[in-house]
Design a binder for this molecule. Structure first.
Ligand SMILES: NC(=O)c1ccc[n+]([C@@H]2O[C@H](COP(=O)([O-])OP(=O)(O)OC[C@H]3O[C@@H](n4cnc5c(N)ncnc54)[C@H](O)[C@@H]3O)[C@@H](O)[C@H]2O)c1
Length: 243
């Protein structure tokens, strides 16, 4: 499969190019970036585009991909509602696999969080804490949002009704059923996530720590191969992993 990497000069881009170079099933046909020495777009022979760039770049890129009829793997996070609407429209024409986290471990954790939340219920206060390197531009992480939404799903809540992001000042007592998300930034942390269920007599913590960006890159490439024969639609990593 002939793939183009968008954001090739970035942290994820480097890892993706390296893994494609080592793959027997994938061929790297373009390393695209907005930095000067890189091409902006991919050649006609491209079969899959893998996007780890910046949210503002996504609408133009995925619209072109939809015109070209190529598979689109979307790892870029922090999309606005308007940008997401462009992704949803493109997915009517091409297979799009979008995930805030392409690692196997986090996708496993999503299922565990949903189950834990279902069993423990609102009597256990749910807090999601994430930490990333100091260069990360969006907060909270796309993964923290996915985990918090899984916790809300598990106990049948509407995420928008119960979510809060950080706390400051005289916020009063914690209401039952709230799901709070907190973002820490510092150093070179690749991605740590903790989902905490705090009850009166015990506390359950589900933790994931990414040790290499290879965890995300390998999942994104697996998604590209999986999507090759799929009908147009918006898929996620749980579809790819069949979990
Ligand atoms: N889904 C996942 O599993 C996962 C994992 C890690 C990071 N991410 C996300 O991927 C994105 C990139 O992360 P990073 O750490 O590699 O960032 P980075 O800043 O190191 O790299 C981003 C690259 O994209 C380039 N870029 C910006 N606009 C572009 C455009 N229009 N066309 C082509 N290239 C463009 C930049 O020049 C830069 O080289 C972020 O949104 C991050 O949150 C997702």
């Amino acid at each position: 499969m002939k793939v183009a990497i968008l954001g090739a000069a970035g942290r994820m881009g480097h890892m993706l190019c390296d893994l494609v170079d080592r793959s027997e099933e994938l061929e790297l046909v373009a390393k695209c970036d907005v930095r000067e020495e890189y091409p902006r777009t991919w050649p006609a022979e491209t079969e899959a585009v893998i996007d780890f760039t910046f949210h503002e770049a996504v609408p133009a890129n995925i619209t072109k991909a939809a015109e070209d009829g190529v598979v689109y793997i979307l790892g870029t996070t922090g999309l606005t509602d308007e940008e997401q609407a462009v992704v949803d429209a493109a997915a009517k024409k091409i297979p799009v696999v979008q995930s805030g986290n392409f690692s196997l471990g986090i996708n496993l954790l999503l299922g565990l969080v949903r189950k834990a939340s279902e069993i423990l219920g609102v009597e256990y206060d749910c807090e999601v804490v994430e930490m990333h390197h100091r260069h990360k531009k969006d907060a909270p992480s796309g993964t923290a949002l996915m985990l918090a939404k899984a916790a809300a799903d598990g106990r049948g809540q509407d995420f928008d009704d119960v979510s809060v992001f950080g706390r400051e000042g005289i916020v009063g007592e914690r209401p039952q059923g709230e799901i709070a998300v907190h973002a820490l930034r510092g150093g070179s942390v690749i991605g740590d996530h903790t989902v905490m269920f705090a009850g009166d007599v015990e506390r359950v913590e589900l933790v994931h720590k990414a040790q290499s960006r290879e965890a995300f890159a390998a999942g994104a490439l697996r998604a590209a191969l999986w999507a090759a024969d799929k009908a147009p639609g918006l898929y996620n990593m749980r579809d790819v992993l069949d979990i």
